[in-house]
Design a protein around this ligand. Structure first.
Ligand SMILES: [Zn+2]
Length: 638
């Protein structure tokens, strides 16, 4: 920490102009902490003025976009949340940057926290880490930390999930390794509790994946989803794996979209037509240019549908359908806001219709529309349809009268992509009560359900019949959370209590199609997510049933039939993946080790039964799987 002697030295240096002036400290630490405690009541400008949001210079997208697009280089308005416990690294409550390069076997010294001036410095304790020193690894450390710190805030804020997020691993900090080693790769790895970001040489020089805001946000999206729904990992279903990729791309897309200055560049580049806005929709340009000779790696501007990709088990390709649907919705919402601008101007307002304002208005709606429904997803085996239904249900609760027709827009977009069917339209658009009470045998107050996992177990067990849970199922409740979300106008939505519960059903892999696994046992995850408001009304209930008999009522028979369909789908997918040679044993998991030999799907033995799952990450460099599809995929995964 700077001594007073150092401070004097710095002020002299300030006069001669180098290094760059440190931000002047205006408030005492005690005042900062007071304000920090009241931060949810403060507006963005106040947060910036008081230093509760710290300025950090990060790339809008990546160095390639910076070099080729005027105005889309370094984001000068970027800020990230301050918190009282910041330390060298950077290290904060939920992140720790550890700059260990496994290829070079070098641990780079960390960025230094200057608590007097509320900023990070180079190891000389003088140089402020900004874009003038972007070659310094400590600048990379700060930029990657500031990005994820801000993105976590985006997810946790009330316009997002309205609650804190847990990681899928023990401990409070996700480790960020900005220069993990040499390789065209980056991934989130639960086992080592880390994001691993590699660097490689290209024709244009060294590419640091940690400087690509898209790649960092994509990988962080995996970490967030893994925290919200840890059992998605344990799935071989194409759509569940693809949903993880979608979540990565959605995070990258929405974080870029949130940026005012960037949106202006997007409008200019596309002449106000978002259907041309490849700058916004295209992801990871530098990585795409260097590894795939393409202007981007994946894009929201695509025409892919579920029908086109029927039978395709490759998660990255399949994820583009859902990313495309969300981008269609984004364009539709923007068009509605453009119309509002025009009618406001016609009604005699003094201001002219503005695309910039229309696009700015689209931002909070997209955050609400795409992020809030994540709490309504099932605990296992998620499908694109589950997400579409969650999006529509969240919109219905937030905006029941829907005078501007947002739900119709979304239904159209999901049907066009084949995520929903035409037959879904009528029931989804029907007018009915917004809330129902769940049918129960034994009432439990929401407070007692939410108070502990024990409370939730008792509630579920007392109501097994009505909740369609088999009598013999051994239920697990991985997490219960409460959330206070808001509408885009800042109004509170009903408080949500979110209960996830699961059980396992044993299956035998019978027949030659299971190859070397024939005759072995495995398990199918079954369960549900129930979301209640504070009065016990049902906000959402999504189920993934098993095949066990649960009664003779029509509801029970339908539930069982769905369980049989799920079992057959699971067995067929396991057989297809075994036939494609995609299942293998995972090797090691050391921090920073680039695992070229890891297959995309893994198998482990737990309690005598096989557990298939997504690999901790995919190492796709020379993977046959991708040679066969003729595409170079984002070499990145879990
Ligand atoms: Zn990914």
């Amino acid at each position: 920490m700077a001594t007073s002697a150092k401070k004097k030295k710095n002020s002299t240096m300030k006069k001669i102009g180098t290094p760059r002036e440190k931000p002047e400290r205006k408030l005492t630490r005690a005042t900062m902490i007071d304000l920090y405690q009241a931060r949810q009541y403060l507006g963005l400008d106040t947060l910036k003025e008081t230093g509760l949001r710290m300025p950090v210079r990060v790339y809008f997208k990546d160095p390639a976009v910076a070099a080729s697009t005027e105005g889309a280089g370094i984001d000068e308005d970027f800020t990230t949340p301050w918190e009282p416990g910041l330390a060298d690294g950077p290290t904060s409550a939920r992140f720790a940057v550890v700059d260990y390069d496994a290829t070079k076997n070098v641990l780079t010294p960390p960025a230094i926290w200057d608590a007097r001036n509320n900023c990070y410095l180079a190891p000389d304790r003088k140089t402020v880490l900004d874009d003038k020193v972007k070659k310094l690894y400590q600048y990379h450390q700060l930029s990657v930390w500031a990005t994820v710190q801000n993105t976590l805030d985006f997810f946790e804020s009330r316009a997002g999930l309205g609650r804190r997020i847990s990681w899928a691993f023990e401990g409070n900090r996700l480790i960020i390794v900005p220069h993990a080693g040499y390789g065209e790769n980056a991934y989130y790895d639960r086992g080592s509790k880390s994001l691993q970001l590699y660097w490689f040489e290209s024709e244009k020089g060294t590419v640091y994946t940690c400087l690509s805001t898209d790649i960092v946000n994509h990988e962080f999206g995996h970490a967030v989803l893994d925290g919200l729904r840890p059992y998605y990992y344990e799935s071989v279903l194409a759509q569940t794996a693809a949903f993880h990729e979608f979540m990565g791309d959605l995070t990258a897309l929405l974080m870029a979209f949130r940026n005012n200055a960037f949106r202006k560049v997007v409008l200019k580049e596309s002449n106000g037509e978002l259907s041309n806005a490849q700058l916004l929709a295209g992801l990871a340009r530098e990585f795409g240019e260097a590894t795939a000779n393409a202007p981007y790696l994946r894009t929201g501007l695509n025409k892919r549908t579920m029908q086109d990709l029927a039978g395709n088990l490759e998660p990255h390709a399949l994820s583009e359908v859902l990313t495309g649907a969300i981008f269609d919705i984004l364009m539709g919402v923007f068009a509605k806001h453009q119309k509002n601008e025009v009618s406001r101007a016609k009604a005699g307002g003094s201001r002219r219709p503005s695309d910039i304002r229309a696009l700015a208005d689209t931002v909070p709606r997209m955050q609400m529309l795409a992020i809030q429904p994540l709490d309504l997803l099932p605990p296992c085996g998620v499908t694109f349809r589950d997400y579409a239904l969650a999006v529509l249900r969240a919109e219905q609760v937030a905006n029941p009268a829907d005078p501007s027709g947002y739900r119709e827009l979304m239904v159209d977009c999901f049907i066009k992509r084949g995520v929903l069917d035409e037959a879904d339209r009528a029931p989804l658009m029907a007018n009915g009560p917004v809330f129902r009470r769940p049918a129960l045998d034994v009432f439990h107050p929401v407070d007692s359900i939410a108070a502990s996992r024990g409370g939730a177990y008792r509630f579920l067990d007392d109501n097994r019949t009505k909740l369609l849970i088999p009598p013999s199922a051994d239920i697990d409740v991985p997490e219960i959370v409460r959330a206070s979300k808001r509408t885009r106008d800042g109004l509170p939505l009903p408080q949500q209590t979110i209960v996830q519960y699961l059980w396992r059903e044993e299956l035998v892999l019978e027949g030659e199609r299971f190859g070397r696994f024939a005759g072995e046992r495995t398990t199918m995850l079954c369960g549900a997510t129930m979301v209640l408001d504070q009065n016990g009304n049902l906000i959402h209930w999504v189920r993934k049933p098993g095949t066990a008999a649960i009664g003779t009522s029509q509801a029970a028979l339908d539930e069982q039939a769905e369980g049989v369909r799920r079992r057959n789908e699971l067995l067929d997918t396991i057989a297809a993946r075994i036939a494609a040679g995609m299942v293998g044993e995972s090797i090691g998991g050391e921090l920073g080790l680039l695992q070229r030999a890891t297959p995309p799907f893994t198998v482990a033995r737990v309690d005598g039964a096989l557990r298939f799952g997504l690999a901790p990450h995919f190492a796709l460099d020379d993977d046959h799987e991708h040679d066969r599809t003729g595409e170079r995929q984002w070499q990145i995964s879990f």
